[in-house]
Design a protein around this ligand. Structure first.
Ligand code: 6PG
Length: 472
């Protein structure tokens, strides 16, 4: 019997869909799952009649694969990955390749690449984005590891990934844990955009009293604009239109307002703090999820702390126009991408990943959760200026920022006056205002530090390091 081209470990919904994707693209496959009953169920169900076979144990699984073996693990990030690596390693041979397609912490991937390359096996840490539908139809893929290991999977991932006008949504990201680092930052941007859209919904609901369908109409209009056309805006419209049990009520209004998280947003913020990269919009989104989870406390506090009452204010130039709100949403989305890209640039220098910024924007144009028309502009901005320090000063983006900043400011001011929390919109306004201010008040912070701790300071009028006896 001829050997299979591709192996998959872990028949969760992502794993099932990825193996069906590989098989559809001409890669005969073999699957392994910790419980064989799950494998049987898959082979008799969605995997029936396809070039997919199953294995009861890892030895049999490895034996059924053509060399060099290409094995994708779609299992829970963390210790489960290490234990599968340990169990399968005795059966692997020089040149065989393991791919971790989950949301692993990039430093874990860094360590695994080193350990496995030492044994002459390849290891690829590959961020995969697109949810279960993307996994089946074509996700965005972010593989990192050695170039040689990448070359061994290039034909496979180029066929499996989403395709956009300028190629497949996959590229060699870089060495070590770079693939998972890029996926982590992708998820930070994902958290931010989700929160921004939720804040826009909240304003339309609470300031204008709009119904789910009316708000959905605004998202549909926004999805037809270059600035906001994106997967997340598209699905927001669908979420808002969905009714409860065939009834007349909006299902979103029945959902508990506590947002879950699996860790990648936190890792983005932790990396940013470590690297000294400013990501306030992304951090605000993470914090908003944390605050949302404190439901019982919030209900209690609502009865104790009284804020201003809701006052109507203009979300646009005319009723229903929502142009100011669109300005605010557009700039917050710009800021999310700008902060994510800046984090990638700083991380790339620190970890020596040599990330190709236009290519990363290119592979995010299709398949992934943050895909948007804007990524074409981001790709152009970094192609024109690979060392670009901040997207917001690119010529096209800066024109947009200048045009839309008054709208953002008026929406934040109106929200603040009504006591409505707008963490991402407010942080974005602060971020842009800080970034465009040539002289910030940190001169006084420096004076205080020098006053109590002799931490010294620099001057704007002459070179050198100074200390003053501030008291006496
Ligand atoms: C993707 C997503 C995905 C992520 C979920 C849940 O790109 O397909 O980022 O990988 O696991 O979106 O993330 P949270 O539970 O942390 O929101």
């Amino acid at each position: 019997m001829s050997k299979a081209h591709f192996g998959l470990i872990g028949l969760g919904v992502m794993g099932e869909n990825l193996v069906l994707n590989a098989e559809r693209n001409g890669f005969s496959s073999v699957v392994y799952n910790r419980t064989y009953s799950k494998t049987e169920e898959f082979l008799n169900g969605r995997g029936a009649g396809k070039q997919i076979s199953g294995a009861r144990d890892l030895k049999d699984f490895v034996n059924k694969l053509d060399r060099p073996r290409r094995i994708l693990m779609m299992i829970k990030a963390g210790s489960a990955i290490d234990s599968v690596i340990e169990s399968i390693s005795p059966y692997l041979e020089v040149g065989d390749l393991l791919i971790d397609g989950g949301n692993s912490e990039f430093r874990d991937t860094e360590r695994r690449v080193l350990e496995l390359e030492r044994k002459s096996f390849g290891f690829i840490g590959m961020g995969i984005s697109g949810g279960s539908k993307g996994a089946l139809e074509g996700p965005s893929m972010m593989p990192g590891g050695t170039k040689t290991s990448y070359e061994a999977i290039e034909s496979l991932v180029c066929k499996m990934s989403a395709q956009v006008e300028d190629g497949p949504c996959v590229t060699y990201i870089g060495p070590g844990g770079s693939g998972h680092f890029v996926k982590t930052v992708h998820n930070g941007i994902e958290y931010a955009i989700e929160q921004i859209l939720a804040e826009a919904y909240d304003l339309m609901k609470r300031i204008c009293g709009m119904s789910g369908d009316e708000i959905a109409d605004v998202f549909r209009r926004w999805n037809a604009t270059e600035q906001l056309s994106s997967y997340l805006v598209e699905i927001t419209e669908s979420c808002l239109r969905t009714k409860d049990c065939g009834g007349k009520e909006d299902l979103v209004e029945k959902i508990m307002d506590k947002a879950g998280q699996k860790g990648t947003g936190l890792w983005t913020v932790l990396s940013a703090l470590e690297l000294g990269a400013p990501v306030p919009t992304i951090y605000a989104a993470l914090n908003a999820r944390v605050m949302s989870s404190m439901k019982e406390q919030r209900i209690l506090a609502q009865q104790i702390i009284s804020g201003p009452s809701i006052k109507s204010f203009d979300l646009g130039k005319t009723d229903n126009d929502m142009s100011f709100l669109m300005d605010a949403v557009v700039l917050a989305c710009f800021a999310s991408y700008a902060q994510g890209m800046e984090l990638l640039r700083i991380g790339s220098n620190e970890y020596n990943y040599k990330l190709n910024m236009p290519s990363i924007a290119q592979i995010w144009k299709g398949g992934c959760i943050i895909r948007s028309q804007l990524l074409g502009r981001i790709q152009n901005a970094y192609s024109a200026c690979p060392e670009l320090q901040n997207l917001l000063v690119d010529p096209w983006f800066s024109l947009e920022v200048n045009r839309r900043l008054p709208g953002l400011a008026s929406v934040v001011a109106g929200g603040v006056a009504s006591g409505i929390p707008l963490p991402c919109l407010t942080s974005t306004l602060d971020y842009i205002n800080s970034y465009r201010t040539g002289r910030l008040p940190q001169n006084l912070v420096q004076a205080m530090r020098d006053c109590f701790g002799s931490h010294t300071y620099q001057r704007v009028d002459k070179e050198g390091i100074f200390h003053t006896n501030w008291i006496d």
